[in-house]
Design a protein around this ligand. Structure first.
Ligand code: PGA
Length: 269
């Protein structure tokens, strides 16, 4: 498949605030269309601006999260949701509590189960039972991962336990607290599961991601760069980036650059 025949969407915003607002607009539209939407949100530094915009909109009554279902995207194996290093806890405290998500609305990954293979399969089934994800929101790892689908992940991979790469463990060390070592395994929603979502939003910000974004969008799809598989979703994929992240892309003719209307304006809180 050539780039020219691919029909996913890329929008380049002037800066990270405008891109965060653009990403929040996608979330708002999905929930306006389906208040019962099933959504997965990423962790990491990338979504923080989007979280602020969404929390501010929820506080103003412009978006209603009261009947959405949140599926956790990834979690370290053996780490309970109360652990200070839990990704689920991080998402709850940094975002979900601010938008009033109740425990019954949150599905966390069964990373403390005795039988992790069976538990991952059950989680996968619970997504299917919900009718699949309505919106999968993803960041781009420095090594090309989405969720914890590390390099080597196939396009049809499902929710499973995966060995973390040294890059990902190093990335996690920026957040890690306490003396407990960073686990070497995580459970993640699979690429195939993400690809089946009704809409996929890949949010990529900052110059440090420019090279990996180019490999994701501009080079052949390959398991070495799991995020590149997302292009198989065609028009269900929206890639939202800032100009810094887009600086290495050679596919400028595809770019619908967001103009001055997207400058400034709505701030987080
Ligand atoms: P980051 O992580 O937002 O902290 O860069 C992205 C990711 O690894 O998915």
């Amino acid at each position: 498949m050539t780039i020219g025949s691919e029909n996913w969407n890329l929008t380049v915003f002037r800066d990270s605030l405008a891109a965060s607002q653009g990403a929040a607009d996608v979330v708002s539209a999905v929930i306006a269309g389906n208040p019962h939407a099933a959504i997965s949100f990423p962790t990491g530094s990338t979504p923080l601006g989007m979280f602020d915009v969404l929390a501010a909109r929820a506080a103003r009554g412009e978006i209603d999260f009261s009947v959405v279902t949140i599926f956790c995207l990834d979690e370290y194996v053996g780490v309970t949701p109360e652990d200070p290093n839990s990704l689920t806890r991080w998402l709850r405290e940094g975002f979900l509590n601010r938008i009033g998500i109740k425990p019954a609305q949150l599905r966390s990954l069964p990373v403390t189960a005795n039988d992790l293979i069976a538990a991952a399969a059950e989680y996968e089934e619970s997504i299917a039972a919900r009718g699949g994800l309505d919106l999968a929101i993803l960041g781009l790892g420095p090594n090309g991962h989405i969720g914890y689908n590390e390099p080597g992940s196939s396009a049809d991979s499902r929710t499973r336990v995966i060995e973390l790469t040294p890059e990902s463990r190093n990335q996690a060390s920026d957040y890690w607290e306490g003396a407990v070592p960073i686990p070497d395994r995580a459970m993640t929603i699979g690429v195939g599961t993400l690809l089946e979502a009704r809409q996929i939003l890949l949010l990529v910000l900052g110059e440090a991601k420019a090279g990996m974004l180019r490999r994701t969008l501009d080079e052949p799809m390959i398991a070495d760069v799991p995020a590149s598989w997302l292009r198989m979703a065609g028009p269900r994929l929206n890639v939202i980036v800032d100009e810094a992240a887009a600086s290495d892309l050679s596919i400028g003719r595809r770019v619908r650059s967001a103009g001055p209307d997207n400058r400034g304006g709505e701030s987080g809180e």
